[in-house]
Design a protein around this ligand. Structure first.
Ligand code: ASP
Length: 326
């Protein structure tokens, strides 16, 4: 059958109208957010909390699919190739969405080209933790031991290129020490081994570290935030004493596979902005050490610029701190 150009135009506008109608009725079924780490870790905990809130205005359930492995890069690679129909998203963070291109020789996705940023989450600082039975009472104690015993301290982490890995590597580089990094499939299994004393130390995000510290299962040595936190009473920041100027936090956010309709992205972003108006929820986040950002930074465009800038930044930081994949 031969189409005239006029028939072609009519067909094109019909297809476009159908796309808009689909976006208008979106979502009509359950949505999946991929968390590329084990359940029970900081990414999983934060994602579940935010998903619950975002699901309400959208009127559909959001389920979390944990696809752990290789510092988050396996789940990210798969999500990059998922249908761009608004029903599959990636919960991304600083590691696999900005540092990974500098670390992994063969990455199956490009954080900038293969995804559409949807919104940024609030930032989460980290805390240097040791088992309850540890001989180190301060970060300076631990650094002093490591200076005399290169490579002897084992640091648990959530996988190569995870935040816990990157921050431990930056910490070691700034302190002029060598530590042995032990990768797990997420911070949750690393935390279990820290509690059991199988590893000597670990950097974990405050939201999952806090309940363990409060329960007396692990000891906090220092925070990576710029200010002390009342929730971690008596815990110094790394920057104030042990490593002047040291400051770090993980950024997170939601990404859709490239090609996801703009209207869908706007709808999910609007649902998130609605969730942020819940003051009690904001307070709950703040109580876990999670740091709210100015609203403009949550927007898809600002988050896209942030992601691209972080990819550039980590190429330099990884080279300077000599962070490599062994
Ligand atoms: N976000 C954590 C990290 O990179 C991993 C996790 O959530 O399990 O250390």
């Amino acid at each position: 059958m031969n189409f005239s150009w006029k028939q072609g135009l009519v067909l094109a506008s019909l297809v476009a109208a159908a796309g808009t109608a689909t976006a208008q009725s979106y979502p009509t079924r359950t949505i999946t957010w991929v968390v590329p780490f084990a359940a029970g870790g900081p990414t999983d905990a934060l994602a579940r909390d935010i998903a619950d809130k975002v699901a309400k205005p959208l009127g559909q359930q959001i389920i979390i699919d944990n696809q752990a492995g290789a510092g988050g890069t396996i789940g990210s690679g798969k999500t990059a190739k998922a249908n761009a129909d608004g029903y599959t998203f990636l919960v991304g963070h600083m590691g696999y969405m900005s540092a990974a291109p500098a670390l992994y020789k063969k990455l199956t996705y490009d954080p900038v080209k293969d995804f559409e940023p949807v919104f940024r989450f609030p930032d989460t600082p980290l805390v240097l933790l040791v088992p309850k039975s540890s001989p180190y009472k301060t970060a300076a104690d631990l650094i002093a031991f490591a200076k005399k015993n290169p490579g002897k301290l084992n640091f648990g982490n959530a996988g190569v290129g995870s935040t816990s890995h990157l921050i431990a590597a930056l910490f070691a580089s700034k302190a002029g020490i060598q530590v042995t990094q032990v990768p797990y499939k997420g911070a949750a299994p690393a935390m279990n081994d820290l509690i059991a004393g199988q590893v000597d130390a670990m950097f974990d995000q405050t939201n999952t570290a806090l309940p363990q510290v409060a329960g007396g299962r692990i000891a906090p040595l220092a925070l990576t935030s710029s200010q002390r936190m009342p929730q971690f009473a008596g815990v110094a920041t790394l920057g104030e004493k042990a490593l002047p100027g040291f400051e770090a936090a993980t950024w997170y956010g939601l990404y859709a596979p490239k090609g996801t309709p703009k209207e869908v992205i706007q709808k999910v972003h609007q649902a998130y902005l609605k969730a942020l108006t819940d003051k009690a929820w904001g307070q709950k986040m703040a109580d876990l050490g999670i740091q709210a950002l100015p609203e403009a930074q949550y927007a898809p465009e600002a988050f896209a610029r942030h992601t691209a800038a972080e990819v550039d930044k980590w190429r330099k930081v990884a080279a300077e701190a000599n962070i490599t994949v062994d």
